[in-house]
Design a protein around this ligand. Structure first.
Ligand code: 13P
Ligand code: 13P
Ligand code: MG
Ligand code: MG
Length: 383
């Protein structure tokens, strides 16, 4: 029986309430109305509109496959409708992630983040949607590696015959626009060489060795698309669970430890990724720390049975507490690395402007470190 379903999550920040901290209900309603219309027209089987911080996530199921022009257009129109509300309320950064005035066929490359996958719906189909705010596309590298390749995280890699063969990682070089496929456990060390540098290499998808899709993530780097700082990517990742894939608990386990990601204030700081329930996804302290939410669904004939808010669990309290301690520790570095992101990552902020303004002020030094002329001339000032 052909029971293919496409699970599409398309997300954007089209205005923050207050500052960059949260999403106003009127924006969610505007997006909801556009998707409800698409469901009535039979384009979408089901949908759920939600948020993480100032980003709206459109979770949609349909029968039209990946990269469908109509589904992408509907998502774009939902964000446009939400932008109208954001403008009326004068929210912060209204329309921030819609980098183009008009939709042109495929939403990829136009600002919003996209994670979508098409699969044959299993006897029981469990899907988890991870949504992050105040971080960038590579934030999923570490948890995806742990879920699908680390036996200390995923017991099933050792114990379950269905997982024992390992998984296949599709890695994108976001700067050079190149893709490589690496198998685990065989090529684990090669894989880590690349994905350990998440600002350049991002895990785009994970498959099992039979070629079944297990995970898909948004890889859009807003700054690379816009050529300037317009906000962080605030990525999404969709993961299938149970049976031939890791269990729900194995998929959530990497987030029980708040690892450090880039993003946070002005998209220019490293900070801990704090797992939270949606009702706690309001990054406020120093515009953070970065947040991640996890919504679980069972998919039944394309319908979404859920969401279950999976980090709404006291078992993640300790991760939240640790994240706060790490936030305290990193914050005390102020404008210094490694709290502030390294120089190369600052090239889409005000850094190039400062470099240009001070270009004439840099003096050439001799090989021994001495200046040809005294650096400070001590000119006398005439009264
Ligand atoms: P403004 O400089 O426009 O206030 O933007 C800063 C910002 O968005 C960081 O929160
Ligand atoms: P967002 O990327 O979530 O809009 O945050 C921007 C920012 O500058 C926060 O300080
Ligand atoms: Mg914002
Ligand atoms: Mg955001």
């Amino acid at each position: 029986m052909n029971n293919q379903v496409t699970f599409s999550v398309i997300k954007a920040d089209v205005g923050g309430w207050v500052g960059h901290s949260a999403t106003h209900q009127r924006l969610l309603e505007a997006a909801h109305n556009r998707l409800a219309q698409a469901q009535t027209e039979g384009v979408l089987v089901d949908f759920h509109v939600t948020y993480c911080g100032d980003d709206i996530f459109l979770i949609m199921t349909h029968r039209r496959g990946d990269n469908d022009e109509l589904v992408h257009r509907i998502a774009w129109e939902a964000f446009e409708a939400a932008t109208q509300e954001a403008k009326a309320l004068k929210l912060y950064g209204a329309g921030q992630d819609l980098l183009s005035d008009a939709f042109s066929g495929n939403i990829r490359g136009m600002g919003p983040g996209v994670a979508e996958m098409t699969f044959e719906e299993r006897r029981s189909e469990t899907v988890i949607v991870f949504m992050a705010d105040k971080t960038s596309a590579g934030a999923w590298n570490l948890p995806l590696f742990k879920m699908f390749a680390d036996p200390f995280n995923t017991a099933g890699l050792v114990i379950s015959p269905a997982l024992h063969e390992g998984f296949r990682f599709e890695v994108l070089d976001v700067r050079e626009n190149k893709l490589i496929v690496l198998d685990t456990p065989e090529e684990m060390y090669d894989l880590l060489m690349f994905i350990g540098a998440p600002s350049r290499f991002t895990v785009r998808a994970v498959y099992n060795k039979k070629g079944e899709i297990a995970a898909a993530s948004s890889t859009q780097r807003l700054a690379l698309i816009a050529g300037r700082y317009v906000g962080k990517d605030d990525p999404v990742c969709v993961v299938r669970a149970q049976s031939q894939f890791p269990a729900v608990g194995e998929i959530l386990e990497p987030f029980a430890w708040p690892f450090v990601v880039e993003g946070w204030m002005r998209g220019s700081h490293n900070g801990p990724l704090m797992p939270v329930a949606v009702h706690q996804a309001h990054p406020s302290r120093f515009d953070g720390p970065p947040r991640v939410c996890a919504l679980g669904f069972q998919v039944a004939e394309g319908h979404l049975v859920g969401p279950r808010d999976l980090f709404d669990d006291p078992a993640f309290d300790e991760a939240r507490r640790q994240a706060t301690l790490i936030a305290d520790y990193l914050r005390r570095h102020g404008p210094f690395e490694p709290h502030r992101m390294p120089m190369e990552e600052m090239e889409y902020t005000t850094m190039p402007g400062i470099m240009r303004r001070l270009a004439d002020r840099w003096q050439v030094v001799e090989g021994d470190g001495h200046l040809a002329q005294p650096a400070v001339t001590g000119e006398t000032v005439d009264d």
